[in-house]
Design a protein around this ligand. Sequence first.
Ligand code: HCA
Ligand code: CU
Length: 384
Amino acid sequence: MSLSDFAIIESTLREGEQFVNAFFTTEQKIRLATMLDAFGIEYLELTSPLASPRSREDCATIAGLGLNAKILTHTRCCLEDARVAVATGVDGVDVVIGTSSKLRAFSHGRSIDDIVRCAREVLPFLKDSGVETRFSTEDSLRSDPDDLFRVYEAVDEVGVDRVGIADTIGIGTPRRIYELVSALRARVRADIEFHGHNDAGCAIANSHAALEAGATHVDTSVLGIGERNGITPLGGFIARMAAGDPERVRRKYRLNLLLPIDQAVADLVGVDVPFNNYVTGFCAFTHKAGIHAKAVLNDPSTYEALRPEDFGLTRYVHVAHRLTGWNAVRNRAEQLGLELTEAQLRERTARIKSEADQRPLTLDQVDALLHAAAESPELAEVAP
Ligand code: HCA
Ligand code: CU
């Protein structure tokens, strides 16, 4: 159900602000919020207004922009924080508290009974204030399942809109997340959100598994930025969902904004978009080996799970190397407007391969070889 009907909680302006290089000015936050809203994100999560005076003003400013996305902020489970959050004018408040024994011992020092008591105080206050409510347990995967379900059932009883599972240190696997979300799905009527860190590389797969098990909301950040190596990246999550149901993802989001969004965040935090990034990495739609190139030129879906044109991008067939084939070379000749015979193309392909065996070749050098063939018809006679 949820694979076909999910919402993204975009947390670049909360979790992403916890990335070591991140410092966003108010203007930059507004620009990012506006871009993400234009992309079609359903929710934007902002840093707690309790974090600093500027964070508080920015919450109010972004909540007042009149975006389509619902604006959320994120607070600890306490009434004073909840009051400040509501006063900023946000649409919803994401309440979080650690339930693992480690966090209870070394972070806030509260018992499960205490957590339940506090949640039963904070959530009704938020509901009465007319905002959407979410209650999440930090470090859910290292929490005792009995404690977890006790807390979730208690907040479900007071009518929370959404409960959240957080894989805070990125240790989840798809199977584990599937089982946990399924068990939770059977116990609460509230929507279910998944927040997954990427320390061990499973964040996207875990988010997908959460949806398969009945979760309804997934947290992302642009390029995955966040604490340590971050969380589920927006682009990677979109790629995963588009690989499953491209029609729906095309209808839901303005996919051609993904590249400017990834680039804007990379610039703001002083990093490059990774070369192998989902969709927007420079080699995401490049093809190299002759066999791949031939098939892709005939039908791109042979070797592409995603269509570059859905994202306003183009594929690139790499010809200047020793693995090339004559179909790729013919395609390049056509791009250059050259009419070469099959014999010429096969001869030029053999020449490119032997030259590329000696040294790296550039596309300019390949183009020069193709132009030379077009100007020397006698090459047409040379069989490979
Ligand atoms: C944090 C921790 C958190 C919260 C996630 C959530 C995590 O930095 O406050 O609210 O669901 O990873 O546990 O990001
Ligand atoms: Cu987190």
